[in-house]
Ligand binder design. Structure first.
Ligand code: TRP
Length: 341
């Protein structure tokens, strides 16, 4: 079996999502569908990053808490199998915080402030100098998430690459300090260019907070509504006018969701020439999206009817994750001589 990006069955995968809202079609294309594939070949740990979400959401702790279940439902609905992937809740693995507290001695405040992801987020959130210390230092916590599982592959969005770089710096510093290869460096794997889905408004990124996302729980009416609002070509006023395909979100989506590439090329040619209306290409996309999302929505609803069952699954996954993290923590402490008796 050929795995993407040179991943092999001896790799260990770890990735996660902040639990600030349910996941959407952009997550599906950029990462969830890949996780469904990878779980067949590698050990895979999936982290519900509630503790990290709190670093800039303390005023919204109930949102963070409630979305643990919502994101877990999204995972299950798309076909992530808790027998194959270990799904766990970050805040219930205190070993991660303990690891992070040691890692904090291996990073400087200046280096944290220079981390491009942190820098962007500080700007976006308007913190200026009033940065929550937990927020500034979350790269050390993320390094703990990754290294606790000896992860070698971290599938993430491109915005997270600086996090993996900083993690590897911590790994090298730690191993250098204790003169032993206790921790393992990881490689970020980012979605290919075609897996980045723009928002339905044509903005580069699909995001719930931008209001341009299609949630995985969307029903057929909501899908039709979203497609109706999709950005096409504002100059394409009459059906007979030639239309533009580049930057036309409906075609960008058809490239992703219509498996028949020849058909898409044919539609593009006709649209460019003129004579093909937006309603026709939209109808086509609508059908594709409903076919993809309808089984996901149904499975999600089924799981949602049994929250106790889902929490039981999370409890088992968290217990498994804790065992692994505790082992790494013991090694880390042992390497520092903190094994007194
Ligand atoms: N920071 C990631 C995000 O915002 C979520 C996350 C937390 C994560 N811990 C992680 C991703 C460890 C990969 C590995 O999307």
């Amino acid at each position: 079996m050929h795995l993407p990006d040179g991943i092999t069955s001896s790799d260990i995968i770890l990735t996660g999502d902040r639990t600030t809202g349910p996941l959407h079609l952009g997550h599906y294309v950029g990462s969830l569908r890949n996780r469904v594939l990878l779980q067949e070949h590698c050990p895979q740990f999936l982290l519900l990053a509630d503790a990290q979400a709190l670093t800039d959401n303390m005023g919204n702790y109930l949102k963070v808490r409630d979305n643990v279940l919502q994101v877990a439902l999204d995972y299950l609905a798309v076909g992530i199998d808790p027998q194959k992937s270990t799904i766990f809740i970050q805040s219930l693995v205190p070993e991660l915080s303990e690891l992070a507290s040691y890692y904090l001695n291996l990073v400087t405040v200046a280096r944290l402030e220079r981390n491009p992801t942190i820098k962007d987020e500080i700007k976006m959130r308007g913190y200026e100098r009033d940065i929550p210390a937990g927020f500034l230092t979350y790269p050390a916590a993320q390094a703990a998430d990754i290294t606790a599982f000896k992860a070698t592959i971290v599938p993430v969005g491109a915005d997270q690459i600086p996090m993996i770089e900083q993690t590897n710096e911590i790994v090298r510093r730690f191993n250098g300090s204790v003169e032993r290869p206790v921790l393992v460096e990881a490689r970020a794997v980012v979605p290919e260019a075609g897996a980045r889905l723009p928002g339905i408004d044509g903005k580069a990124k699909m995001s719930k907070s931008l209001g341009n996302a299609l949630p995985l729980s969307a029903n057929p009416d909501e899908i039709r509504q979203a497609v109706k609002m999709m950005y096409t070509d504002p100059q394409h006023l009459r059906v007979d006018d030639p239309g533009q395909v580049e930057g036309n979100v409906v075609f960008t989506y058809l490239d992703v969701f219509e498996p028949d590439a020849d058909l898409v090329e044919d539609l593009k040619a006709r649209y460019r020439r003129g004579g093909l209306g937006d309603s026709v290409i939209k109808k086509h996309l609508e059908e594709r999206l409903i076919a993809l999302l309808e089984p996901i929505r149904r499975r999600r609803e089924e799981y949602a009817r049994d929250p106790a069952g889902v929490l039981g699954m999370l409890k088992a996954g968290t217990a498994r994750a804790r065992e692994v993290a505790a082992e790494t923590l013991a090694e880390v402490k042992g390497a520092m001589g903190l094994n007194y008796y």
